[in-house]
Design a protein around this ligand. Structure first.
Ligand code: FRU
Length: 454
């Protein structure tokens, strides 16, 4: 599988559709797979929802709950249809199309009047639709990949669309723009206050812009040269969010992989997985708005009994008394001025995945160059990633999730996040603290084995 698609919540159920090849474990025959969950942690896979047909693949898109039957697909007065808005893809043409479900997402019919939006372009994809209350109409954000633009359209029936405006090119234009998502995100600590955030995916990374949407156009608040990354790599792409959550706080899910090597990762029979669902908010940092991401609190339901160890000063290398392949770990790190200090997970023989803070250069880094990497040269080449980050009260906080082949790291109160794939040997279960070039103190170390979800 690849991108998450059609994230929609209906009657206590979260639907997660996804780019899926029903006939193999590499990209092809793109269709929408389907899974549902009551808590965003335990998922049930359902039959393929929308299948490739007559050479038209079902590319990425969104789904909405059409409460007022604006599209006229309902069977009865009480039938609230789910409508999917996706890209129909052939080698020469991409258009926006509809499918609908009258049975809570289990089975889908393609709309006979497809396509609903056709610019006769080869690249024009990934429609993301939401209901805009003030004008009582649907808004679509859709990507013009090669122009590095997101186009906005409006509709009152999901079938006829009027062009409103275009955003971009801006920020990171190093690759084609894909998978836009525009939503209202709560401002941290200010009840009832929201900002609009626009996400785009390009070149195997994601960026976001914070500003206002007035029903016609999206304007960035502080157009700056800073590129805001949702995740600092190496494996986080095409994330989209549940907009219609009960508490109006969007929850986003990303594809944990990277197109540079996605089809060759050494897993079987499956390839690719989704990230932890993340609650989104924004906050002011100096003059700038930054995104805050935290795993949904239900993830804590997977915690086994907490294990702790005493605060410790590390001069070189020190083993922690915990082991595992699926766990959550939190700690604070106080590095000495010139030290590079941090934590190694999936440690075994001479293998490890390293998370480090470089106090001199004020950078948080990940490094997987000491993990299994021989299966693909590109995976080996994209081994390190870093971002600038200052100490807060002389320390940094780290919350780390290790789950078999995925490591997610949250720091600086959720304003800095890294997601990376690793492919450890079965015996790579150790955890170590380390410091180079000076002593470092590690505090409040807490470890939870993650309960199996089966
Ligand atoms: C992003 C993407 C989308 C497209 C889909 C095809 O990963 O390239 O732009 O709709 O994947 O599977």
């Amino acid at each position: 599988m690849n991108d998450p698609n059609g994230l929609v919540y209906k009657n206590g159920t979260y639907h997660l559709f996804f780019q899926h090849n029903p006939f193999g474990n590499v990209w092809g025959h793109m269709s929408w797979g389907h899974a549902t969950s009551k808590d965003l942690v335990h998922w049930k896979e359902l039959p393929v929802a929308i299948a490739e047909e007559k050479g038209t693949m079902i590319f990425s898109g969104s789904a909405v709950l059409d409460k007022n039957n604006t599209a006229g697909f309902a069977n009865s007065k009480t039938d609230q249809t789910l409508v999917a808005i996706y890209t129909g893809h052939t080698d020469t043409l991409q258009t926006q199309q509809l499918a609908f479900s009258n049975d809570d997402g289990l089975t889908w019919k393609k709309y006979a009047g497809n396509p609903v939006l056709n610019l006769h372009k080869k690249d024009f994809r990934d429609p993301n639709v939401f209901w805009y209350e003030p004008k009582q109409e649907w808004i679509m954000a859709v990507s013009q990949p090669n122009e590095h633009q997101i186009s906005f359209y409006a509709s009152n029936n999901l079938k006829q669309w009027n062009h409103l405006s275009d955003f971009g090119p801006k920020g990171d234009t190093s690759g084609v723009w894909e998978c836009p998502d525009l939503m209202q995100v709560p401002v941290e600590g200010e009840k009832g206050k929201y900002k609009w955030v626009l996400f785009t995916s390009q070149n195997s990374t994601m960026q976001y812009f914070v500003g206002e949407f007035d029903g016609t156009q999206f304007l960035e608040d502080h157009p700056s040269t800073t590129i805001h990354k949702q995740d600092h790599r190496t494996d986080y792409y095409a994330a989209v969010a549940y907009h219609n959550t009960i508490d109006k706080q969007p929850i986003s899910i990303g594809w944990v992989n990277n197109w540079e090597y996605a089809n060759t990762i050494p897993t079987k029979p499956w390839k690719s997985a989704m990230s932890l669902p993340r609650k989104l908010s924004v906050k002011k940092q100096g003059d700038d708005w930054v995104l805050v991401q935290q795993p949904v609190s239900n993830v804590e339901s997977l915690r086994a009994v907490v294990q702790k160890t005493k605060n410790t000063r590390v001069e070189k290398l020190q083993d922690l008394p915990f082991f595992g392949t699926s766990y959550e770990l939190s700690l604070s790190l106080q590095p000495l001025e010139k030290a590079v200090a941090g934590i190694r997970v999936a440690v075994g023989a001479d293998r490890y995945f390293e998370i480090s803070y470089d106090a001199k250069n004020e950078q948080l880094r990940i490094d997987r160059s000491h993990t299994v990497k021989g299966f693909n040269a590109k995976y080996g080449a994209i081994a390190k990633s870093s971002t600038g980050m200052k100490l807060k009260n002389g320390q940094i906080d780290l919350r780390i999730y290790v789950d078999a082949s995925i490591v997610e790291i949250y720091s600086a109160d959720g304003t800095v996040v890294f997601t990376s794939q690793i492919f450890p040997e079965k015996t790579d279960t150790g955890i170590q603290l380390f410091s180079e070039g000076g002593t470092a103190s590690f505090k409040d170390i807490q470890f939870w084995q993650m309960k199996s979800i089966r």
